[in-house]
Design a protein around this ligand. Structure first.
Ligand SMILES: [Fe+2]
Ligand SMILES: [Fe+2]
Length: 281
């Protein structure tokens, strides 16, 4: 067990630093204490080099940084000098994090030992499997074709390659199975904070403006994980709808920064990052 942590546990996601306004905000992001933890819930940037620069900067400021990948890190963007695809891209991102002292879903889960601790902080990489289907559809094919008809198609269809899996849902199902085994091995006496880019259950997507987008937002296979794995809080992003909600008595925190036009509409940049667990006073 670690020595007692005095810092707080903070979280943020969807930094999208390819936007200059977001980069400026991230450049000014400071912890309250050197001992604070920062959970980064994916969509840091589209380009590999930008992801590395940003995580390195944050690791230089926060005592502990834990990252979970979003769909944007996994894109093979035509303008990215790093053209790796699928699992090879993910593995390269993990190595880059490890070289920079940032924790990933592939590392042993760290334990936060602040006043409300000990709490196991589990970073999850799960992806989605199109099971959050569009309203009125029964199969993935129907759901996708409804999205194409509505003109609401996630860019992942073009840029997030599942290699060597045949499709993104197969990759998702493999990630879910491996992650479930790892979570089941946690000491059952300890609560968790579950960090993932995509929400663990469907309800958070009910407020999407375009319901067809939900199929790129998660998998029904994790619908009871917040209960099974004793979540004190489930932290996610991807929806760009920052808010706090409760499901089955468990706190869910959507911690997106989102695009400048989105936070601009809300009257300016949000107070960030969000405090998930408070450190010692
Ligand atoms: Fe995002
Ligand atoms: Fe995303």
């Amino acid at each position: 067990m670690n020595a007692r942590t005095t810092g707080s546990l903070y979280a943020i996601s969807d930094l999208h630093v390819s936007y200059a306004d977001n980069r400026d905000l991230v450049d000014r992001l400071e912890p309250e204490s050197d001992d604070d933890w920062l959970l980064v819930g994916g969509d840091v940037a589209d380009l590999f080099g930008d992801v590395e620069r940003t995580l390195k900067l944050l690791r230089g400021r926060f005592g502990t940084v834990v990252w979970a990948p979003g769909n944007h890190e996994l894109w093979s963007h035509p303008s990215d000098p790093v053209q790796l695809r699928g699992t090879r891209r993910y593995e390269a991102l993990v190595r880059m994090c490890q070289d920079n002292g940032v924790l990933t879903p592939e590392d042993p889960y760290p334990v936060w030992t602040g006043p409300d601790g000990p709490v196991v902080v589990a970073s999850l990489f799960l992806l989605y499997d199109y099971s959050f289907r569009a309203p009125g559809t029964r199969t993935k094919e129907e759901s996708l074709s409804k999205a194409y008809d509505a003109g609401v198609v996630c860019t992942d269809e073009m840029l997030l390659h599942p290699d060597p899996y045949p499709d993104r849902e197969s990759w998702c199902w493999d990630r879910v199975a491996r992650t479930e085994t790892k979570l089941a091995a946690i000491d059952p006496a300890l609560p968790t904070v579950l960090l993932s880019h995509w929400p663990l259950l469907r309800q958070p997507t009910d407020v999407l403006w375009y319901p067809e987008f939900a199929q790129w937002c998660g998998t029904e296979r994790t619908a009871d994980w917040h209960l099974r794995f004793r979540a004190a809080a489930a932290v996610y992003g991807h929806l760009h709808i920052p808010r706090t909600t409760h499901y089955d008595g468990v706190r869910f925190e959507e911690v997106s920064l989102g695009y400048p036009r989105e936070w601009g509409r809300r009257g300016g940049p949000p107070l960030m990052p969000r405090r998930i667990l408070a450190g010692a006073p």
